[in-house]
Structures are given as structure tokens and as C-alpha cells.
Write a protein that binds this ligand. Sequence first.
Ligand code: CTP
Length: 376
Amino acid sequence: MKAYLVGGAVRDELLKLPVKDRDWVVTGATPGEMLQQGYKKVGADFPVFLHPESREEYALARTERKNGQGYHGFTVYSAPDVTLEDDLKRRDLTINAMAKATDGTLVDPFNGQQDLDARLLRHVSDAFAEDPLRILRTARFAARLQPMGFKVADQTMTLMKNMVAAGEVEHLVPERVWQEVQRALHENEPGTFFKVLQDCGALNALIPELEPAESLADGLNALRCSHQRDLPTEARLAALLSPLASLEPGTAEHRARSLKAPNECIAMARLVSDAVSALTAAKPLEADTLLKLLNDSDAWRKPDRFQVLLGTLACVLPSPSLANLDQLRHAYEQSASVNPQSLMAEGYAGKELGEAIQRERKHRIQLAIDRAKGNA
Ligand code: CTP
């Protein structure tokens, strides 16, 4: 039996990038022999084991063939006669299909090293088309490696276009799509992910509202800014979806939901979209509008989330509306210090207390507005 380092670890080592997980492929062994040597079985669908000491993953060499639609429609074949090359051949991109023997020899039957040097993301074989998730993976690697000069090879782009045209993207499990989108939002150039998806037609299936060139450009600008500010996932998604604020109310929230984004992302998409609509309105902001935004965003009980909202809005709003954002920030600072205890001491309780708090907050916001007007 022989073990080879494979996949991302080999790629990243050659690119002189930090290696995260080290995955291994084992040839010439049976599951029984692996267990005998102390490996622990972890894969339910594939013969994958954990090394008894390093805890790194060792997978028996396998082939996969698609036999149905969707993600589960694969037949896996694994036996001691499956070669390393067979295993590498089922992989997505040539730069991910290299192996390194324990003596350091590179095994590279699909010219991954050549593509690394040429900065090309190229599919290994037509088997790429058997797994539509690879469209998203390729876009994600483009987003990660774009600063190093990588791009999707023309033939691979053509293949991805054909897959999209054949309706493959519709068969993707939404949870897996979200997993890729979420990771892409934190890659070096997140915008590249969405540009590649647009180039191959997949964006139209995933976020059709961003298909108009102007919407995509605005969404990607906002996303770039949220990336530069190192904002969390929910801010990045909300920034990307911010152009949807000009559509039917609720569109951004609905899109985040159908992408199977977690609740905090859905909420942020809604808050950003609502705030954009309110803060870009031409008329001067009124105390009621500001108080409503603060109440709707639950700024009092979720101050950290409110700061993320402000940071996102700074990336999203057109310059003429940034003064309105300052006003919102100010309104929060003025009204956050309203103290329920002192109102209780004045004898307020229950519903009346709630109303008195709101009145006091509105009063302070109004004072701030008047003061700003006086200064203008
Ligand atoms: N792989 C594949 N097709 C997929 C998923 C994975 O061909 N849909 C192969 C690739 O060879 C990949 C390896 O399995 O290199 C390991 O997958 P994964 O750990 O998801 O990716 P990495 O390449 O290690 O990338 P990352 O740095 O993002 O973890």
C-alpha cells in the first residue's frame, strides 16, 4: 500500500500558500487493512479513514460515476486495483489533481503544474460536468487566486456555460450553494466569484436580480467595500444584495432566504434594504423615520448588529445620502441613553412606560435634528 498527499495541499504548497488540510489518497489497500493498521473509518459514503496519530484524512483511491441527478447520484468504486491516476482523473481542476509521493515526487498526469504556472483554472476531464457544484468551486478558486493572476480557462468556461444551459445549476442542493457562496464572500476578491458566475450564466439562476449590468456593478462595489472593512458574512451578503432595494419591498430578504443563508444574513439583508429605501428618499429625514429605523433594527437590544448595519450602509449608500446615514448614527447616539429606570422612578409602568420611552427617544432625536439644522 502507498499513500500520496493530494488536492489542495499539493496545490497550495506549490503556490507557496499556507497549507490548511492535508488529504491523502491510499492505493493498493482494502478497508480491512486500513482498520488493521489502526486507521479509523469516518466516511459513510466513501472509504475515508483518519490516521491514528496525525488525524489527517486518508481516502482509498476511488472512481466515481454519475448515475442520476442531483448530488447523491454517484456510484463510487473503490478497490486495490484503482490507481492513483484513476483517482486524480475524477477531480475538478488540474491544479487540484496533483499528488505528491512520500519521497517528494510530484505525480501530475493532467499537467496541473503547467496550469499553475500559466495561472489557469482548467477542468481535468469531461467528468467535471457530472458535478454542477464544481461551477461554484471554480468561481470560488477564481475569487481566491485572482490576485495571483489566475483565470478560468476558455474551454472550462465553455463547459460551464453548457452545463448552465442544460439546467444543471437548478439541480444544486441550496445548502451546498450557500456553503460555496459563504466561503466566496470571504475570498481575496469576492466579486470575482459573482463575475465568473455571470460569465457562465449561473448568476441568472442563483441571483437573477443582479443580472442587469448596473445592479451587478453596484452590488460588487458595495461588496468590495464590505470586504475592505472586514465586515462579517451577513454584511457582505447584504451589501451584494443592496441593489435589490430598488425592487419590490422584501426582495433582498426573499433572495437571501432562497439562498438558504442563515437567519442573521436574512435579517441584515432586510435591514439594509429597508434602510437604503428610507435614507435615499429625497425629502429631509424626520424624527419618526429615524426612530422607526432604530426600532425596526432593534438597535437598543442589538447594538453590535446595529454597528454592522451602519458599516454596511456606509458601503451601500450613494454619496448624497451619506449625510442621512450620519443623522441615523446621531439619532442612535442621542436616543440610546434614554434610561427606563428614571422614567419608572417618575411612576411610569407597563404600556405607559413603553410609550414614555418612545416619546423621550423621539424628543431627543428631534432635538438633534433641530441642532443640525441650526448648524447648517
Ligand atoms: N474535489 C473535486 N470536486 C469536488 C470537491 C472536491 O474534485 N466537488 C477534489 C479536488 O481535487 C480538491 C479535493 O477534492 O482539491 C479536496 O476538496 P476540498 O477540501 O473541498 O478543497 P481543497 O482543494 O482542499 O480547497 P480548499 O483550500 O478550499 O479547502
